[in-house]
Ligand binder design. Structure first.
Ligand code: ZN
Length: 403
């Protein structure tokens, strides 16, 4: 089925992998022909999470067009969502027409089922045939988070004639219940995809986003940094050394779980500007070590000492990565004092900045102590923290989930 194949290779938006899910996708629910005068009599409905997205497929007894649908006039195809297993109503997602094409609308419901607020849903909508509709969207776009929910499909065809008697032309699937379902946590991403200019010092200056990066770890200081970033809800990018990963393997999976990006900083912190076989080995061995420890293949590389060259950049690109430098460097590795680290960062950071810090290579207490002021102050200025992959609009590769 084309939809299954599409989901398996789905690109996960960086923000999505914090809460998306695995599995072969939901199974279709079939429904009896029980509203014979309505073309919208449901015959099959599929709804649920597939990979990082929600998938919806509705098949009706007879053909219909989006132009005929009008929720206010009682001609509708909707999925109603409930809290918990069979709790109170939470929302409904209905099909409507916009310029003749089918679109989805999300309506939040109050506890009695009355509409409270609505918005157009960002979804991919298709009509495989005149009796079917297929759509995908993110769980977050319909306010579904990790945990239980329940759903039911509802159609109505209020037109004069055989449908004039209320209730004659409405259908529900299932008829007298709701289907219990759940949103599972996301599978970890299995890589990112290099794209665009091969060497970067910053991201786009036009949007208020910045990236914190940490080099030379993982080390015994990394867990404290991860704890702090988690408390502040800040994703970061860790340029790790292959030789250090061997001693801290479990930290890499934790980084991915907590929404951070892992990147390559060579095997032994060698100067690899001379390129050639030595550089290639330093980088590719580290790619393998990271991949074995975490299942993730980085697409970002940072040359130690910023020692780079055209030949090195070519090698990096041939290994599927971009060379990432920085535009803010408070020299925290020299331990100049907590205040010096934070004020340097605050003085020099602007939209698009890539900020260089260290979680390894020496005592990192000053870096850790400087982070809260850096994060809080930059946020107050309206800047948002993202990973370098996100800053550069690179895509993540989703993990292939068991079929
Ligand atoms: Zn370094």
């Amino acid at each position: 089925m084309a939809l299954v194949a599409a989901a398996l290779v789905a690109m996960l938006a960086p923000a999505a992998f914090a809460q998306a899910a695995p599995g072969a996708g939901p199974r279709p629910l079939t429904d009896a022909l029980d509203a014979p005068f309505s073309p919208l009599d449901l015959t099959a409905v599929t709804f649920g999470q597939q990979g990082a997205r929600m998938t919806l497929q509705v098949t009706t007894a007879a053909p219909w067009s989006a132009r005929q649908l009008d929720t206010g006039a009682g001609r509708s195809i909707c999925i109603k969502l409930f809290y918990g297993r069979l709790g109170r109503p939470r929302a409904r997602v209905c099909v409507l027409a916009r310029d003749g094409a089918p679109r989805l609308r999300y309506t939040r419901l109050d506890p009695s089922g009355k509409p409270v607020a609505l918005h157009r849903l960002k979804a991919t909508v298709m009509r495989p045939d005149s009796r079917s509709l297929r759509a995908t969207f993110t769980p977050a776009s319909v306010r579904l988070r990790v945990g239980r929910y329940a759903w039911r499909a509802e159609t109505s065809w209020a037109v004069p004639g055989p449908c004039a008697t209320p209730g004659t032309c409405t259908d529900r699937a299932p008829d007298n219940a709701a289907v219990p379902a759940r949103i599972a946590p996301s599978p970890l991403p299995r890589g990112c995809v290099a794209h665009g200019r091969t060497q970067r010092r910053s991201g786009p200056r036009g949007s208020p986003r910045v990236a914190l990066t940490f080099d030379d770890g993982p080390s015994r200081f990394t867990p404290a940094i991860l704890r702090l970033l988690k408390r502040k809800h800040v994703p970061a990018t860790f340029f790790v050394l292959g030789k250090e990963v061997r001693r801290h393997r479990s930290l890499l999976r934790r980084m991915l779980r907590e929404g951070h990006m892992i990147a390559n900083h060579t095997l032994t912190h060698a100067n690899v500007a001379g390129a050639g076989g030595f550089a290639r080995h330093q980088i590719s061995a580290t790619q393998s070590i990271i991949n074995r420890a975490s299942g993730f293949k980085p697409c970002l590389f940072r040359p130690p000492y910023a020692a780079t060259s055209r030949a090195l950049t070519r090698i990096v690109r041939s290994l599927g990565a971009l060379s990432i430098l920085w535009d803010v460097d408070p020299q925290d590795w020299r331990t100049p004092g907590t205040a010096a680290v934070s004020s340097n960062v605050l003085r020099n950071t602007r939209p698009g900045s890539i900020i260089l810090l260290h979680d390894g290579g020496g005592p990192r207490a000053q870096t850790i102590a400087a982070l809260p002021r850096i994060i809080d102050t930059l946020r107050r200025r309206g800047l948002r923290f993202v990973t370098v992959a996100d800053l550069l609009h690179l895509r993540l590769r989703a993990r292939r989930t068991a079929a």
